[in-house]
Ligand binder design. Structure first.
Ligand code: NAD
Ligand code: TDX
Length: 341
């Protein structure tokens, strides 16, 4: 079995490579990644020592490169994690989101059709469903919830999902889609809420909470997302969407306070800043379908997962310190220290 993993130098794709190398030692993995600002080869340092793992630098939207890779490697399965993934960046510059997230998906699926790949899996997000009201805890996203996006990022992911469905329906491409809630864990790029707050708290810097901090996200430990994708590619039904989440809704401010408490840092570091434009209020996944059909259940409780995550950032300072000292510093200064027009 040979799997293409795109975006494997990023957060979830990297964790998925390790998950598969550990749990499916009979599989061969080829990772295709453009190494954008969010891609980090040091994430794959240990994977690169494994004879079942190979890294190829390249763009999923590069037709010629992708075609040659598929011709050479003869993949059984392709799992597409590669994406521009940060909502705030999509608000500043939508174009690259459309190119990578939509056209890149098309290029990969065309190659899957041409070379008869047995399964194409699209890693999507709960953000395609838009948001839920804060005062209706009874409402959850199911696979039947209409697509209704808020940001250029979520619109590009929704566009890709629709294209995947069209390739299944029109060409019979054996495709599946997973829509997961917010992930957290090792190798998470420090522009996202949890690693941003950990890295800034450790430096005794202010923690920028958008708006009133009461927006709700549904957090899942990254390894549980990886186990769901592994199940879907082996046992999921083609043409189907599977929601992935562990019923763990928390307000942003509670997340930030939990991190400060874990690190023994004062709550006075919290600074309320201008809200994100179009900021989604609440995400909450109903994972009944993947549980009933495939028997998936998350293993890691938030209280344990956040401890493990904080510990990982304490033990792996060189990984994130090299990121925040580079180009990322200019991004932070631009995004947070100048008014959002
Ligand atoms: P990430 O930003 O950490 O990593 C993305 C990776 O894709 C990087 O290694 C980057 O170099 C690579 N990449 C970007 N453009 C590329 C291109 N054109 N060609 C090849 N490689 C390219 O993202 P992540 O948080 O790991 O998210 C992975 C996937 O999971 C995305 O599709 C995202 O939409 C989805 N998702 C993320 C979350 C979350 O909480 N992070 C939740 C649900 C779904
Ligand atoms: O500095 C910040 N302050 C803040 O209050 C940042 C970066 C975020 N936030 C808030 C915004 C959100 O309500 O925290 C929440 C989480 O923000 P992000 O980490 O940017 O994640 P989110 O916008 O929820 O999107 C994430 O989950 C779905 C991923 O980045 C997406 O790729 C995934 O699809």
């Amino acid at each position: 079995m040979k799997i293409l993993v795109t975006g494997g130098a990023g957060f979830i794709g990297g964790n998925f490579c390790y998950y598969m190398l550990d749990n499916r030692p009979e599989y061969k993995i080829v990772c295709l990644d453009k190494l954008t600002y969010a891609g980090n080869l040091s994430t794959l340092e240990n994977a690169l020592k494994n004879k079942n793992f190979k890294f190829v630098k390249g763009d999923i939207a590069d037709k010629i490169l992708v075609d040659k890779l598929f011709a050479d490697e003869k993949f059984d399965v392709a799992v597409n994690f590669a994406a521009e993934s940060h909502v705030d960046r999509s608000i500043e510059n939508p174009e690259v989101f459309l190119v990578t997230n939509i056209l890149g998906t098309q290029v990969l699926m065309d190659a899957c059709r041409k070379y008869g790949v047995k399964r194409y899996h699209q890693v999507s997000t709960d953000e395609v469903y838009g948001d839920l009201p804060l005062n209706r805890p009874d409402l959850l996203f199911t696979e039947e919830t209409p697509i209704k996006t808020s940001s250029p990022y979520s619109s590009s992911k929704a566009g890709a999902d629709l294209l995947v469905h069209a390739y299944y329906r029109t060409y019979g491409l054996p495709a599946t889609i997973s829509r997961c809630s917010n992930n957290y864990g090792p190798y998470h790029f420090p522009e996202k809420l949890i690693p941003l707050m950990i890295s800034r708290a450790l430096a005794n810097e202010s923690l920028p909470v958008y708006g009133d901090g009461l927006n709700v996200r549904d957090w899942l430990y990254v390894e549980d997302h990886c186990s769901a994708i592994d199940l879907i590619i082996r046992k999921g039904r083609v043409g189907e969407v599977y929601n992935v989440g562990g019923h763990n809704e928390m307000t942003n401010i509670d997340i930030v306070k939990t991190i400060l408490n874990e690190l023994g840092k004062p709550h006075s570091l919290i600074t309320y800043v201008k809200d994100r434009k179009g900021h989604d209020l609440r995400y909450a996944i109903d994972p009944t379908k993947i549980h009933n059909e495939l028997g998936w259940l998350p293993k890691t409780k938030f209280a344990d997962g956040i401890k493990k995550t904080v510990e990982w950032y304490l033990q792996n300072k060189p990984w994130w310190q090299s990121i925040i000292s580079g180009e990322y510093k200019n991004y932070y200064d631009k995004m947070y220290n100048s008014p959002r027009g």
